[in-house]
Design a protein around this ligand. Sequence first.
Ligand code: DLL
Length: 443
Amino acid sequence: MAELIIPNRIYQPEFECMDRAERRALQLKRLKESIERASVLDFYKKKFKELGITADKINSLDDLRRLPITTKQDLRDYYPFGFFAVDRSKLVRIHASSGTTGKPTFVGYTKNDLDLWSTCCARFLVAGGLTPDQVTQIAFGYGLFTGGFGLHYGIEKVGAAIIPASSGNTQRQIMLLKDAKVDTVICTPSYALNIAEVIKAQGLKKGDLAWKFAHFGGEQWTEEMRLKIEDALGIYAFNNYGLSEIIGPGVSGECAARTGMHIQEDHFLVECLNPETLEPVAEGEEGELVITALSKEACPIIRYRTRDLSKLFWSEPCPCGRTTMRMSRVKGRTDDMMIIRGVNVFPSQVEEALMKVGGIAPHYLIELYRPGNLDQAVVKIEMLPETFSDKMDELQKLKNSIDREISAITGIHFDIQLVAPNSLERTGGKAKHVADYRGLKID
Ligand code: DLL
């Protein structure tokens, strides 16, 4: 893609470009308020008592380290509404996290929470080029998932037009994109790949659509994947991050400089900790993000372990003028890490390797088996219609180059299986890249 030139607009410069000392003072004030709000919850009441914590004993942001950690299991233990700190009459919305196992985790919002949420989304959308004259299409599901509604009200704040297409029905998505001359699309990066594929199959070319920008989030994706999507669609794709337990989308997002995702620090206090020791790691070092919501009323969550691995940067100023801390693209979740024959491997490393090889589609599935005592790692990769053939020597060459790239990055040899175009499952939301059958008995 050519160099990205968009006017540098800032939605709330008074907060996004705030003097850092001033922001720290605001964070401390809000942290104390959040502790007050959390003190009504049985979980925190008990923890604060054990640790001798009251809001007036928190004198600096360093005292954050004295506060208890909250985990997903804690939220589950207090299912359904044990982390709701306001009266039911104050609740105006309830969403739920996309729990893969068992029951979801509910998150509640007051009127003020919804306003805060849409403001946070508006900030990253404007940072990534959204203007009131654009037409946007939201291809996130509207439902319990926070993606659809979160982005919807963020866009509304900015004043751009919304086509609330919701997820799925790719043919219809493309018809809308084309006929309504949509400028900006909101979805997961993997769904954008599906759209790109169908656009190509329909014989449409980059120039046939008005589509210029995309705001992707909700799942892990690599920089290599960004380049592939941008090249296929002729668009600029921005990354944004969030999680339902904290608010949904809106925790952070990229500006045009794309030097990391700016964290909305006046509302979220983000720590990066060593996942084993829970000690802070140095600037630029990888660790697990632990987030405290500073302004939320309904669910004032403190030091939530996200399981997301990232890096924080704050020393180098961003050319956009925002003074907020930035986080790197999420490498993966600690619970996504695969241990294959004793080696730690993230799906993102496999993706990064695959994106370096030509002649294959960006659709893959890692399957893990343990037929005896040894792990077997398989990666199924779709071929492109134009490279799909039965010439064994060419296929072997392709497999060899995939193996070289994957083993160079992960140190592991996968069993490479080239599969037919369009044979792996597509989703309208978050993609599933790993199927681990090692705990299962397969006859
Ligand atoms: O996915 C919130 C969201 C919706 C964010 C739309 C951005 C856009 P959950 O369903 O609770 O909420 O899933 C949260 O998704 O802990 C990360 O592991 C992952 N995730 C979200 N955004 C990104 C991203 C929403 N940009 C979980 N990069 C988080 C990598 C992401 N992972």
